[in-house]
Write a protein that binds this ligand. Structure first.
Ligand SMILES: NC(=O)c1ccc[n+]([C@@H]2O[C@H](COP(=O)([O-])OP(=O)(O)OC[C@H]3O[C@@H](n4cnc5c(N)ncnc54)[C@H](OP(=O)(O)O)[C@@H]3O)[C@@H](O)[C@H]2O)c1
Length: 325
């Protein structure tokens, strides 16, 4: 009986207070964790509001801040055409660099008539590789290039890697990868000399994921994001703005093979709406999706581990392909 009383006393006097202290310790860790999650969440929301909404309240002096001319690659359709139009609307002269001569002339004429700025066109098929840059360089010479938009990009329909042709592989390398550093090399010395300029590289939300069936496309976009962030850090003190854009769905020819992504809606922007929103973010974010619902979508996807996204994408493609058979 006396031993039992001693044990109960020991429990009450020593162990219970100890357990209470442990409990308080865990509660403190929980509060700190919940606090840090809340702060990070609020910070993300505040950043999103600043980049996607606040930025639109002020009209920017793009010519004064960066220079007279903008160069846009892949500018005869989709996002590139949207960018060219939006920059012209802000008073910039535009150099359109793209593949099809007829489309180049048509877009240039449209821009001159609608916005009253100057244009120049350069026909270049970037898939042909290195030699196309000499002609582009001739057109850029003697012009004050304020903004370069490295937009051109291609994507073949999702397929297993061994089904890609050698031409597909080299086109991905030449169009999606090589254009970004090669065009940057053409304009950067002038920007550094003038201590102003902006380089906008169009990557993609998929840069964050290794996507089965879109393996090369996603990998080329990871390159664009990585390269952009690196040179952004190198040239930030030289007065050059380098921006990485990682959009999700925009209704263009690129994704016309899949009606679910192609149809404009809450998550899929039209090229003009996307470009208007993305141009407004220049100077507000070094890396952004450029469009607020794309920002929501990326934040949501980033809540999941990458393996989950990879598996989900794999099953989605396999399911769509079975339905098409
Ligand atoms: N659409 C989306 O949902 C989405 C999402 C994320 C990122 N992106 C990225 O945004 C960029 C633009 O895509 P988009 O959807 O606007 O594509 P798009 O509608 O297919 O337009 C591509 C533009 O690039 C030109 N082009 C294509 N291949 C070329 C080549 N070999 N040489 C020269 N010009 C060439 C096209 O010229 P032609 O007129 O001669 O065809 C066209 O003007 C790409 O980098 C893409 O990866 C798109």
């Amino acid at each position: 009986m006396a031993v039992a009383v001693d044990s109960a006393k020991y429990l009450l006097d020593e162990i219970l207070p100890f357990l209470r202290r442990v409990e308080e310790g865990f509660a403190l860790i929980g509060i700190c964790y919940a606090g840090s999650v809340t702060v990070r969440f609020l910070w993300k929301v505040a950043k999103g509001v600043r980049v996607h909404f606040w930025s639109k309240l002020w009209r920017k002096d793009l010519v004064g801040n960066y220079g007279k001319w903008a160069v846009v690659t892949g500018s005869t359709d989709g996002i590139g055409k949207g960018y060219a139009r939006e920059l012209a609307k802000n008073g910039m002269n535009i150099i359109l660099v793209s593949r099809s001569s007829g489309k180049l002339e048509k877009v240039a004429e449209e821009i001159v008539t609608e916005f009253g700025v100057e244009t120049d066109i350069v026909q270049a098929d970037f898939s042909l590789g290195r030699h196309v840059y000499d002609n582009i360089a001739r057109h850029l010479k003697d012009k004050e290039i304020g903004i370069l938009v490295n937009n051109v990009g291609m994507m073949v329909v999702p397929k297993m890697f061994d089904r890609l042709t050698d031409e597909d592989i080299w086109a991905y390398v030449n169009v999606n990868v090589a254009t970004v550093p090669a065009m940057t090399k053409l304009v950067l010395p002038g920007m550094v000399e003038r201590k102003k300029g902006a380089i906008i590289n169009i990557s993609s939300e998929v840069a964050h994921f290794s996507l089965p069936y879109l393996q090369l496309y996603a990998a080329t976009k990871s390159f664009v994001s990585s390269f952009t962030k690196a040179i952004g850090a190198e040239y930030s003190s030289a007065g050059i703005t380098v921006q990485c854009l990682e959009p999700a769905g925009v209704s263009t020819n690129l994704n016309a093979f899949d009606e679910r992504i192609h149809r404009p809606g809450f998550f899929t922007a039209t090229p003009d709406r996307f470009a208007a929103s993305a141009v407004a973010t220049l100077g507000y974010s070094k890396c952004t999706t450029g469009y607020w619902t794309h920002g929501l979508q990326l934040s949501f996807l980033q809540l999941f581990p990458e393996w989950f996204i990879v598996m989900g994408f794999r099953y989605m493609v396999e399911f769509s392909q079975k339905k098409l058979k």
